[in-house]
Design a protein around this ligand. Structure first.
Ligand SMILES: *[C@@H]1O[C@H](CO)[C@@H](O)[C@H](O)[C@H]1NC(C)=O
Ligand SMILES: *[C@@H]1O[C@H](CO)[C@@H](O)[C@H](O)[C@H]1NC(C)=O
Ligand SMILES: *[C@@H]1O[C@H](CO)[C@@H](O)[C@H](O)[C@H]1NC(C)=O
Ligand SMILES: *[C@@H]1O[C@H](CO)[C@@H](O)[C@H](O)[C@H]1NC(C)=O
Length: 508
């Protein structure tokens, strides 16, 4: 076991202790038996019995739209009467929701929200909650090792449903969170026929990252596998959410890490307020964000967020991937198009801090010119956008590199609200880190030569691509006299004269 992983277990144990749950593993977990002795017998049996006569580890609760929070009726494999008793609708879609690792041993509050949102979107659906809490409430490694056994049990359940009701498996959609995503993967791969879809909500990383496809969620497990990654931080093997793509389409909202509204400052404030317990909350916030993004997509069907295929998060952050050609963009969450390519597709999107999470993405391509060669510039650039439906003012452009003279730079800009078709923009440039010595020399020499304005950067045009509408536009300086950037400059759509048709602004 690597020291890094031991560190991670330490961290989990720390969380576990804080939640007042027994955490009896030796921190480096040398041998499973050293802690199994402390757990109740049914679990111990699970590990030690090599025969097949283990007790069921999962229960299947068919929740109802009127009581999404309660387990009132269990469907019991082998007992067809339980299907009728729970009013299972065999011609409808069936969602199978699978929770992850748990400290508390009870369903977390997201479960009710997800069940209610599924019924809100698909009124006649069957929403079945898989309860494997007793096994999931364990040392993480133990719970992780059990995902296969639980998955096999879910597979037997699916096989039985198919045999008993003749339900086509394309109607089955497994939704698994954290460890539950891998349970869904095992369920899919062990079911006799392929299920329609598996959605992995921030599939767990530790013990699964870098593993063979048979030992984790993978595209082989269902006709379509889509994944949301929201907590992929740290080096390989240490991230709470799996970093590698594991589905047909893997979406990394906000790069798969640092979700807005879950920031460290927020966490520190929480710790100040609520003590060290708050760390659990901070971790959960980003991991669980995957679920809330999915719930958002169920509830706000008119405000679906878009994700864009991109070679890297860095390129996405420069606005270079907002194309929708050849299914390069897709819908985040429930209504995703089931695009299956031979190779996995990685997509990116930005989000707001709360529901509805969607934002509007823009690429700005700006050519900075100056008569003197200036270098090492890291100005603060703010842009205000004015559209037919509203405006978004003082948005700061994130600089991913230093601004160079006579070079075109590409930026990503997002607005939280829909401003409609873009009519005008204002652009402001401010030097932040003072003057470098060489720049100072140039200013002095240009002043000496009587050309006081020559050190100023100028921008003549700004090319814009809107991700959500796929519109391309070119903006020109409104008042040509004011194109130096010492103060705010206004840009309007370029007059449609020769050469003003938007050129291709992005390398595909
Ligand atoms: C079962 O589902 C189908 C379609 O999904 C629907 O038309 C039908 O009314 C449902 N039956 C019941 C009893 O709710
Ligand atoms: C779902 O996506 C399809 C295209 O993939 C689209 O035609 C349909 O309108 C979408 N449904 C909703 C409710 O947005
Ligand atoms: C400007 O600076 C760059 C890099 O420092 C250099 O490659 C280029 O030749 C310079 N151009 C002029 C006109 O001085
Ligand atoms: C930048 O380009 C402009 C116009 O092409 C030219 O006049 C100017 O000398 C260039 N500046 C540098 C530093 O090369």
């Amino acid at each position: 076991m690597t020291p890094g992983r031991g560190g991670f277990l330490c961290f989990l144990c720390f969380l576990a202790l804080n939640a007042a749950v027994q955490c009896v593993a030796s921190l480096n977990g040398e041998h499973a038996d050293s802690f199994l002795g402390n757990f109740p017998n049914p679990l111990k049996g699970l590990f030690n019995d090599k025969d097949d006569s283990h007790q069921p580890v999962a229960k299947f609760s068919l929740r109802s739209p009127s009581h999404p929070e309660d387990d009132l009726c269990y469907v019991v494999p082998g007992r067809p009467d339980s299907l009728a008793a729970c009013t299972f609708n065999s011609t409808s879609k069936t969602f199978v929701v699978i929770h992850g690792w748990t400290l508390s041993g009870v369903f977390e509050s997201w479960m009710t929200k997800l069940v209610a949102a599924l019924y809100e979107r698909e009124q006649t659906a069957n929403v079945i909650v898989v309860d494997w809490l007793s096994t999931a409430q364990n040392h993480y490694v133990v719970a992780a090792q059990n995902t296969k056994a639980v998955g096999q049990e879910v597979a037997r359940f699916i096989d039985w449903i198919e045999e008993t009701t003749n339900m086509p498996l394309k109607n089955i959609h497994l939704i698994g969170y954290s460890l539950g995503a891998h349970v869904a993967g095992f369920a899919g791969s062990h079911a006799t026929n392929k299920v329609g879809r598996i959605t992995g909500l921030d599939p767990a990383g530790p013990d699964f990252e870098g593993e063979h496809a048979h030992r984790r969620l993978s595209p082989d497990d269902a006709h379509f596998v889509d994944v949301l990654h929201t907590y992929t931080r740290g080096s390989l093997g240490l991230s709470i959410g799996i970093q590698q793509p594991v589905g047909h389409v893997d979406i990394y909202p906000n790069g798969g890490s640092f979700q807005p509204g879950c920031n460290l400052r927020g966490a520190l404030e929480m710790i100040a307020k609520f003590g060290i317990f708050a760390i659990t909350e901070a971790v959960k916030c980003e991991h669980e964000r995957s679920i809330h993004l999915f719930i958002d997509s169920l509830l706000n069907e008119q405000e679906v967020a878009k994700a864009y295929r991109c070679g890297s998060n860095d390129m996405f952050n420069r606005g270079m991937c907002l194309s929708c050609r050849k299914s390069r963009c897709n819908t985040v969450g429930y209504n995703i198009s089931k695009v299956r390519k031979p190779r996995n597709v990685q997509m990116y999107t930005k989000t707001r801090a709360s529901m509805p999470f969607r934002v509007y993405h823009y690429q700005l391509k700006i050519h900075f010119t100056s008569r003197v060669n200036r270098s090492e510039m890291e100005p603060s650039i703010t842009v205000s956008l004015y559209g037919t439906k509203g405006e978004a003012e003082n948005l700061e452009l994130q600089l991913r590199e230093k601004i160079a003279t006579n070079k075109t730079h590409s930026f990503l800009l997002v607005t939280e609200k829909d401003i409609g078709d873009l009519l005008m923009l204002k652009f402001k440039w401010e030097e932040t880190n003072g003057w470098s010595a060489s720049n100072m020399l140039k200013v002095v020499s240009s002043w000496w030569s009587g050309d006081s304005d020559s050190s100023n950067m100028e921008v003549h045009k700004i090319r814009i691509r809107a991700g959500e509408t796929q519109q391309k536009m070119v903006f020109c300086v409104k008042d040509p006299e004011a194109k130096s950037l010492t103060q705010q400059v206004t840009f309007v759509k370029c007059k449609a004269r020769g050469g003003q048709t938007p050129k291709k602004i992005q390398k595909e």
